[in-house]
Unconditional design. Structure first.
Length: 271
């Protein structure tokens, strides 16, 4: 297939991918009766929806909750996954492929199957409607992806570097901390981005395990948006809030897209 054809196909795919986001921005700039129109360009663009969203205390609280849950979950996932991934990449263990497969099998488990039981358990032990009650289950599903990506990066680091540190008198933990981790910074950054985006966008657990604005995250807060009056359609504010929440992630992906691709493909060729 010729290069121009490939570029044309890539351009079409890119445009098709941008259509939903453009429609979101387009709707967020409309107000009143114009929200019901299907015009491709807003007749009278307005930032009213954005101002209403930024003035909503519940939304700002949810934004802070998402940030706390995302940062804490990502940090814990990186800490735990780094040790697990190092063990899978370096230590002589039983069939590592089976262990890694079992770890990844957690991601295939349907979240909706555990949502109801977890609601009951969390309510009984006092974790329901708390940030800690969101961090624990989100961490459970974030760990497998973090372990998989970091294992691939650790495998690509030459063992000779670590061996030299051990010969010089460093303990295994010191070699891991002073040699392996600095070299794995690109992989750690990639993993952090992927985990953070996954946790930030998660909805099912967040809506099941919370009931008040004080503990809701952004996706749930947007789902509960209502108009400023009984006759006001909330689609404008919902679109504006979605744009505000999506833009930081979009910028993050665009800036670190090479690292993300490297993280997803690391170890794909070399074992």
């Amino acid at each position: 297939m010729s290069r121009p054809v490939v570029l044309l196909f890539a351009l079409l795919v890119m445009l098709a991918s941008l259509v939903p986001f453009y429609w979101l921005v387009n709707t967020s700039l409309k107000t009143g009766a114009e929200l019901s129109s299907g015009s491709l360009v807003p007749g009278s663009p307005s930032l009213r929806n954005y101002l209403e969203v930024l003035a909503d205390e519940d939304f700002l609280t949810a934004l802070g909750n998402s940030l706390v849950v995302g940062v804490v979950t990502t940090s814990l996932a990186l800490l735990l996954a780094s040790f697990a991934a190092y063990a899978l990449a370096r230590l002589k263990l039983p069939p590592k492929g089976i262990i890694l497969g079992l770890v990844l099998s957690v991601t295939t488990f349907p979240v909706i199957a555990i949502a109801a039981p977890m609601f009951t358990i969390w309510r009984d032990i006092g974790l329901y409607d708390t940030l800690a009650g969101l961090i624990i289950p989100k961490l459970t599903f974030a760990l497998p992806m973090a372990i998989f990506v970091l294992t691939s990066f650790f495998r690509e680091i030459p063992f000779e570097l670590e061996e030299s540190a051990l010969i010089d008198g460093a303990s295994p933990f010191t070699a891991f901390r002073a040699v392996i981790l600095p070299l794995a910074v690109p992989g750690i950054a990639t993993t952090a981005i992927l985990v953070f985006i996954s946790v930030w966008n998660e909805f099912l657990l967040a809506v099941t395990l919370t009931s008040t604005p004080e503990a809701r995250t952004v996706p749930v807060a947007i789902a509960y948006f209502s108009g400023t009056s009984d006759f006001d359609h909330p689609i404008g504010t919902i679109s504006a809030a979605s744009v505000l929440v999506t833009l930081p992630l979009l910028v993050l992906v665009l800036v670190f897209q090479k690292r993300i691709v490297a993280g997803l493909t690391a170890g794909a060729i070399k074992g």
